[in-house]
Design a protein around this ligand. Sequence first.
Ligand SMILES: Cc1ncc(COP(=O)(O)O)c(C=O)c1O
Length: 485
Amino acid sequence: MTPATQTAQTLGAALRDNATVRQAIESIVGEVRTASAEITEIRGPREGLSEGYNAFMARVGDIRGRGLYYPYIGSGLGNGALVELADGSVKWDMIGGIGVNFFGHSDPELIEESLIGGLDDVVKQGNLQSNDDAYRFADKLLELAGRNSSLKHCFLTTGGALANENALKICYQKHRPASRVIVFKDCFMGRTTAMAQLGDEAAYRQGVPLTVGVDYMPFYDEVAAERMGQTQFIDMAVMHLEQLIERYPSQHAVFCFELIQGEGGFNLAPREYHKALMECCKANGIAVWDDEIQTFGRTTSMFAYERLELGEFIDVLTVAKMTQASATLFTEKYNPSPGLLSGTFSGETVSFRVGRRILERLDEPGRYGADGLHARHHKLFAEQVRSLAAKHPEWFPPIPEIRGATNARDIVGGDGGMMRMTPFSGDKATTIKACKACYDEGVILFYCGHGPYHMRMLPPLGVMRDEDWPRVFEVVERAFAKASA
Ligand SMILES: Cc1ncc(COP(=O)(O)O)c(C=O)c1O
């Protein structure tokens, strides 16, 4: 923490600046670059590695009590959007650990930050004792969030669901004794006991006692809004919210908004929809919590609330995934009493250093906005999907409405680096089959939605090249042929 005018230096800082250490790091990063550059194309397993890989995979299944969804164990090396697996095979990584690796694999700058972080005296930073990296990361995050919101403070933790737990506690405390929570249909908020209860997926809370009072609001629905008229649809949603408030007077602490739904199907809503609901929350003393764990950094604005111009309404916000460290941000009004938030770990030195560098890179010009890099990649993705559909219309039949509604009438959707395509009418079994066929052929992606089901990508737009898209879709085409056979 040396101010610019101060020349004195600690021994710890001197070690990080030491010329021999720096040269050693440069030399390691150079070796990484050289090794990484050998990965240029997808390929199958290397001779002699499959047997050991398969045996290890079986052991992993025993260790976990259940096999992995994809038989994926990385080798520890990759090149941009390409990743090498421990059997020597190489695949396109279009899901990035479900949104974590936005700068792909073996990024030299991030490796350099990791190596510097590895010099630290400790691996974990904590709430009682921390080095400066944790607060430098949080400071940068607050600088970015503070541009278009009143978010002023930040508490760090080690996962998205835990950041959400802290957000929930902050809202409970501020609005005590109100204890009910409002969320959207199809939301996903993580896997802790409380978050599993908020999430709109019965299978994820099987056997979990229901201790949280949760009320569900409809998410925006394109087809229903078109049929009724957008204004009428929004009025109906506000009426629905008012009914909940009347049913449980003064009992709602918070409404959690996922402005673009992730697991729920990459669903979008217009500004007016969220704004009307947020205004209703404000009028009724209900906190507005924005869960940006999946959206942060990757859409066409850094925070999803920025594109929608909703920053003024946000009381509490959570981020995780691509930030490497997880955080709960809150306004001055929502600063909780001492004792509510703590924990042994706040995170790892490496996560904070790499996370901060990621925030700086996201903040470089040219990334966001309608003409930014993320929008351009979304367009390239959409072009690939549409040309695949033109070539094979049989793979893209119309998406049926479910109970007269669907958020996904088009075969392509999402925003920026949240990319969905909906082949096979959004049928669950075929969509999952197609995901697995993509994996086998060499593209890692995943599904989302609760019907219709979609194939989703959270690609590493930080390092993706325009010319990668046709190469990825060549593989997708082969996989769809197999899945539809
Ligand atoms: C919107 C949202 N909230 C919360 C979470 C939970 O984060 P984590 O898996 O890091 O606990 C996720 C994870 O996918 C998410 O997408």
